[in-house]
Structure formats: C-alpha cells, structure tokens
Design a protein around this ligand. Structure first.
Ligand code: SAH
Length: 364
C-alpha cells in the first residue's frame, strides 16, 4: 500500500519536528531540512549530505517538496515581476515582486480567488475556489527567492513579504500562520516580524487570533470612514462594522511589532474621495495610532469606478497630514502587466456563484 507523500513544504519548524518524531528521528532534523529547502533552495533529498543514507532513502520514498509551478513570468517596465503559478489542474494564482532602491517586496497570495466580494477588486470578480495550503503559500516565497537568487544583478532580494495578493489571509489562518513562521524562521527566510505584513479586509476574530498566535505587522483595508459606505465597498463590514474593527485594531497594538496600524484607503472618484470623508476618517482614527496609505484605484474589468484625480488625492492627503497622521500615497507599480493592487486574477475555477458568495461572506 502506498499513501500520498508528505509535502515537507507544508511544515514549519514545529510541524517538521513532529513529523520527524513520528518516524523516530531527532528534532534537529527539522532545522537541517529547513536550511536545505528554504535557505539553500535544495529540495533534492539526494543532495542533503548531512542526512544519513537511511533517512535520505526514507524521505525519497515517502516525502516530497512540492511548490507551485511557474506558468509565466512577466516583467514590467518598472522592474516589477509577476508570476502566474499553477497550484492544481484547474487553478492558477498570481504573485508579484516589487523592487525598490532600499527593499524588495514580495506580494503573496493566500487563497485561490476570494470570497469577500469587495466591489472594486478584480480578485473578487473571479469568485472563490479554495484556500491555499502552507506549501502553496511558502512555496511562492521559495519560487521567488530562487529566481531572484539566480538573477542578483537585475533584481534585489526579498526584504519584505506582504500578504496582499489574492485572497483574505485571515480566512485561511491555519495555513497562513505556519507559512509566515517560515518567512520569519532564522533558518529559512529570516525576516523580522516588522517585515512580514498581513493585510485584512477586517475579519475581527482573525485579528484577535493573530495577535495571540503570530503578531506580524498589520494592515487593514479600510476604504471608507463610515458604515453605510463601507457596507457597500467591503461587504464584510456588514458582519464586522467599524466600531468592532477599530476596537480589534486597538487590541492588536498590545502585541504589534509597530506602534501603529496601517490603514489602506483606495481612492475612488466621486465614491469615497470627498474631502468631508477625509475629515471623517481623521475623526474615526483618532482613537487608534494609525498610519494611512492611500492607494490610487487601479482599473479592473467589470467595474465602473475611476481613480480620483491627482489633485483630489493630494488634497485628501493634506487633510489627514494636518490632522497629524503619517499619510503616504502608494506608488502604482507594475500596472502595465496588471500586477498592481487589486488587479491580480490568476485563473480561478470558482466553486460558488457570486450571489452565494455574498451571503457566505456576510454570515462568516
Ligand atoms: N483581502 C486582504 C488582502 C488583499 S490586499 C485585504 O483586503 O486587505 C490587496 C489590497 O489592494 C487591499 O487593500 C485591497 O482593498 C486593494 N485593492 C483591491 N482592488 C483594488 C484596485 N482595483 N485598485 C487599488 N487597490 C485595490
């Protein structure tokens, strides 16, 4: 009888130690495997020379290292890279690397599609298929690190990871957390918890659980300063309205690696960019140490929104700055290859019709 091989990319240090215990091996094997796979990029067991021959044979027989498979890699004029990665026969996800002078940010997906149905997001229009496994999440970092390691002159290496690709990471907590632990593991990618950011549309119980179990940097996709407008743009708000979300953000600060939460606000002309809303936003955030990141809306198919004008964005920002908030406007990167925020689509074999997804999101 042959059972399915264990994918060793699914396991963080604790998971690997447990696995080795079940096959009668010592816990330090976990460190050796993590260094080979994640630090050296070596997943051929035959090359893992510090493992005994017997263990190598056993792992070859019953384990594997399976990362998503690269389908295409596109490079933007500004150097941004976008991968299309196959995760199973029907589904592909996207991942983006954004090189800047001082850092290299990898934007990683957490789900195939997304069930939250935010009105302005291309991923939402694709529907939702399934959660990604830990191997499929950390496997994205593995794929990018290997590519960048082989092209050190043209591309920087990964200094930051943002869980801002396709999907809502807090709806896939069990798989996302071990992947983030590997990002931070000294023997793997060694990123400090200030350099790993999880972005959420506002799943309150997930924010609380993250605070307890894996408090990385937190970004919240706010997009509106009152419930009526936010209910429209981010339907999850009907389940977790602003008062509850703000309270969860405040609780998070007790364990956060930063003294403030980052709030993202997509700029939609005539929808959420009235200057009165900037003042309302300043009032809303008065009780929460906050940094604000304004995101120029990136056009997507099937949505009537326009991006706010440059002038409106700078006036909106000015109001927030004068109210005392550090406010940045996100530079649009990679839009010539549809790699900008909210433009990631992959190839999603959706399981649920859009109206069913809406009700699911509202009751979660
Ligand atoms: N579900 C998580 C992770 C996705 S992060 C979250 O909502 O935070 C992707 C970011 O891009 C979010 O802030 C999202 O609201 C924003 N976004 C979505 N569509 C966009 C678009 N068309 N233009 C600009 N930003 C967009």
């Amino acid at each position: 009888m042959t059972s399915a091989p264990v994918n060793l990319l699914d396991l963080d240090a604790a998971g690997l130690a447990r696995y080795f215990a079940t096959i009668g091996e010592r816990p330090f094997r976990a460190t050796q495997i993590i260094r080979w796979a994640h630090q050296q990029g070596v997943v051929d067991v035959a090359r893992m020379t510090n493992l005994s021959r017997a263990l190598r044979e056993r792992l070859s027989a019953e384990a594997e290292f399976r990362a998503p498979e690269v389908v295409t890699l596109q490079e933007s004029e500004d150097g941004t890279l976008k991968w299309l990665l196959r995760v199973d026969r029907g589904n592909c996800i996207e991942m983006v690397f954004i090189p800047e002078a001082e850092r290299g940010t990898l934007c990683v997906s957490s789900q195939v599609g997304c069930p939250l149905n935010c009105s302005f997001c291309a991923t939402a229009k694709q529907g939702f298929s399934r959660n990604l496994s830990t191997a499929e999440i950390i496997g994205q970092v593995w794929v990018a690190a290997r590519h960048l390691g082989q092209n050190p002159k043209t591309h920087r290496h990964i200094t930051n990871v943002v869980m801002m690709g396709m999907g809502e990471p807090l709806l896939n907590f069990e798989q996302v957390v071990p992947a983030m632990r590997l990002m931070m593991d000294d023997n793997a990618y060694n990123l400090g918890r200030r350099r790993v950011t999880l972005s959420t549309a506002g799943l309150v119980p997930g924010i609380d659980r993250l605070r307890e179990e894996c408090p990385v940097s937190l970004a919240v996709s706010l997009h509106a300063p009152n419930d009526a407008l936010r209910d429209e743009l981010v339907p999850l708000n009907r389940t977790y309205p602003l008062a509850e979300l703000m309270a969860a953000c405040n609780r998070y600060l007790a364990n956060s690696p930063h003294d403030q939460i980052t709030f993202e606000y997509v700029m939609l002309a005539g929808v959420n960019d009235d200057l009165a809303l900037a003042r309302q936003l300043a009032r809303l955030l008065r009780g929460v140490p906050a940094k604000i990141n304004l995101i120029p809306f990136n056009p997507i198919a099937d949505a009537d929104y326009q991006c706010s004008s440059h002038e409106v964005i700078s006036q909106f920002r000015e109001i927030l700055v004068r109210a005392g908030y550090v406010t940045t406007t996100r530079k649009t990167r990679g839009d010539d290859i549809d790699a900008a925020c909210g433009q990631l689509v992959g190839r999603v074999h959706a399981k649920a019709a859009r109206h069913r997804r809406e009700s699911a999101a509202a009751t979660r």
